[in-house]
Design a binder for this molecule. Structure first.
Ligand SMILES: *Cc1c(COP(=O)(O)O)cnc(C)c1O
Length: 374
């Protein structure tokens, strides 16, 4: 069993993918052009936003968004302690100062109740992450942002088509960023990313930045970050399937929930009320996560830890000198979380095998605990 089997998806749309790829090669127009324009248009339509600016990957999209919102040296940007490092490293790259905030006990997203304690006169914005596909609490976050006149970037790398209050994740803040890394819910066959926004001045500036400050105009110094035509053509084939794939993810997650309910010493992921989760990852919490993981491995079942530490505790942030008490929830979650295989094409029998193995271990585990206690 594999944690994710990308080949199954390719097989299901093989002829469309193959002809899109050979068409690009036949025309030998590899950068820019019709496929890229079409993708930008269609992705914006899908999310019901005005602008989509394609770029090289989801990390570049965050960097471009931060530069577009003109982070200056000394500016503080608040972000979640629990994410992939792209979310925070780009704040530093853009010239800002990373200020971490703890996460919600049940949903793994930045905790709005703890944001205000980090706001100072230098705070300029908040980067929220819809982690694992769960929408962050956008109502509370946008209230806080508007009260303190802060901008908001939504990192939607794991949240394609997630919804909060009937509205797509990525349409609440000033700019939202997406990754189309192959394993993401909408995956290219290489690196690709984009940002979306309803503000045309932001879209124009981000595009300028991503294209060397404008071809042969060079109004500013930019970077080189583009989605190539092959990736755009592939994404154009995949985009019409995204809704059905997301629905399958939701069905699989519900199936896991039903199977894992009432398992001792285990918490399955809850979905925030009023939200539609995108289920990029299915992340359970287990009392003895490492032992469970070893047991699963011994039965040939792959699992991942996303992520082994909360961001403030990696060597990259040693300079901030944080202790576990600073972000107790994110710190505790890092010891408990375990991602189980979940992707649209996941065969039902595999899903059952995974759940059975988890349940068997947790039952045995708690029996052992009881006998030790007795
Ligand atoms: C994948 C990911 C990114 C970065 O995307 P890339 O395309 O790999 O650069 C950023 N943030 C989060 C939360 C991610 O999961």
């Amino acid at each position: 069993m594999q944690f994710i089997d990308l080949h199954l998806q390719y097989q299901s749309i093989k002829s469309d993918i193959d002809s899109a790829i050979s068409e690009v090669i036949e025309n030998s127009s590899f950068i820019g052009g019709a496929h890229v324009e079409k993708f930008e248009e269609r992705y914006a339509q899908t999310l019901k936003v005005k602008h989509c600016v394609s770029c090289g990957n989801g990390t570049d999209a965050l960097y471009l968004a931060l530069r577009t919102l003109s982070v200056q040296s000394g500016d503080e940007v608040i972000t979640t302690a629990h994410s992939w490092i792209s979310t925070s490293e780009t704040i530093t790259q853009a010239g800002g100062k990373v200020v971490f905030c703890d996460t919600e006990p049940d949903y793994f997203c930045i905790d709005p109740e703890k944001i205000e304690q980090h706001i100072t006169s230098r705070t300029k914005g908040i980067v929220v992450v819809h982690l694992y596909g769960q929408p962050a609490n956008m109502k509370r976050i946008m209230e806080i942002a508007s009260r303190h006149k802060l901008w908001v970037i939504e990192d939607c790398a794991q949240a394609h088509l997630a919804q909060y209050d009937g509205q797509f994740a990525g349409t609440f803040g000033d700019i939202a960023t997406f990754s189309f890394y192959p394993g993401k819910n909408l995956g290219a066959m290489g690196d690709a990313g984009c940002l979306v926004t309803n503000q045309s001045e932001y879209a124009d500036y981000a595009r300028l930045l991503a294209r060397h400050g404008g071809k042969n105009v060079h109004k500013i110094e930019g970077i080189n970050s583009r989605m190539d035509s092959l990736q755009a053509a592939i994404l154009n084939v995949k985009l019409p399937h995204l809704q059905a794939w997301t629905k399958l993810r939701r069905q699989h997650a519900a199936h896991y929930d039903a199977l894992l309910a009432n398992t001792p010493n285990l918490t399955y992921p809850s979905v925030r009320e009023g939200c539609q989760h995108a289920h990029h990852l299915y992340v359970i919490r287990a009392g003895d996560r490492d032992a469970l993981r070893t047991h699963l491995k011994s039965e040939g079942i792959p699992s991942l830890v996303n992520y082994p530490k909360a961001l403030p505790y990696y060597p990259a942030y040693a300079r901030l000198g944080h202790t576990p008490e600073d972000f107790p929830v994110a710190h505790r979650h890092a010891q408990e979380i375990l991602s189980l295989p979940l992707y649209p094409e996941l065969p039902t029998e595999n899903l059952k095998r995974v759940a059975d193995s988890v349940i068997r271990f947790q039952n045995g585990d708690s029996d052992q605990r009881r006998s030790v206690a007795a």
